[in-house]
Design a protein around this ligand. Structure first.
Ligand code: SF4
Length: 209
């Protein structure tokens, strides 16, 4: 099997695959139906999560080719590895070539519940852009679509609170997203995002690789 990709390129970004763990099992998640593959990369870390230093060394090798963004994404929830995320983000912001690129976090918005504290002040020191996968305009639908693990069933309120805190914290951009064709109403999700002070991104439902 192809060795796991920890840092991978997609469009104008360099993506960091920090973990495969996630408290959700979203109905639209491509990690299972694409067998942990993405655009020719194998994102299955096989339980071996990279250290912050390992990620920074791999980024160093890639940064010679310009990128617009470095993105915490991968097939998992990056805030499951908050310490590593913060170490990497803060190191990136100290680089001589920063701010020619932005640092973005793609998250399910459950970081405060996962880490049992408000992580937004720490995130502010490490990332520029926060994209929250909101995916529903109400709690019932959210549970149906993102299928949270036990202990996270009431997470919708926490996601909204996280979104509001991020919007108030002064990041370069804070946006909520909704995947289309899942049963959610993108316009209602957009309105909910706006009520939290966030912008909105509609995302395409990915089916065929
Ligand atoms: S939050 Fe992201 S990684 Fe987790 S199940 Fe949903 S789409 Fe997949």
């Amino acid at each position: 099997m192809q060795s796991p990709s920890i840092v991978y390129r997609f469009k104008n970004g360099l993506y960091i695959n920090l973990t495969n763990r996630c408290p959700n099992l979203c109905a639209f998640c491509i990690k299972t139906k694409w067998h942990m593959q993405f655009n020719g990369y194998n994102l299955d870390l096989q339980g071996k999560e990279p250290s912050a230093q390992e990620v920074l060394a791999l980024l160093d090798k890639e940064m010679h080719t310009p990128c617009q963004e470095v993105v915490f994404c991968g097939y998992g929830e990056p805030t499951m590895r908050l310490d590593a995320l913060l170490e990497i983000g803060r190191a990136l912001k100290k680089r001589a070539d920063y701010p020619s690129f932005k640092v973005r976090l793609n998250t399910n918005g459950l970081g405060n519940l996962i880490n049992k504290r408000d992580i937004v002040p720490d995130l502010k020191t490490a990332v520029d852009i926060v994209n929250v996968s909101l995916n529903a305009q109400n709690e019932t639908l959210w549970r149906q679509i993102v299928r949270p693990a036990p202990g996270y069933e009431d997470g919708f309120k926490s996601v909204l609170d996280f979104l509001k805190k991020c919007a108030a914290a002064g990041f370069t951009r804070v946006a909520a997203s909704c995947v289309d064709n899942t049963g959610a109403d993108p316009q209602a999700v957009k309105a909910l995002a706006a009520s939290c002070g966030a912008a909105f991104n509609e995302r395409e439902y990915l089916d065929e690789q």
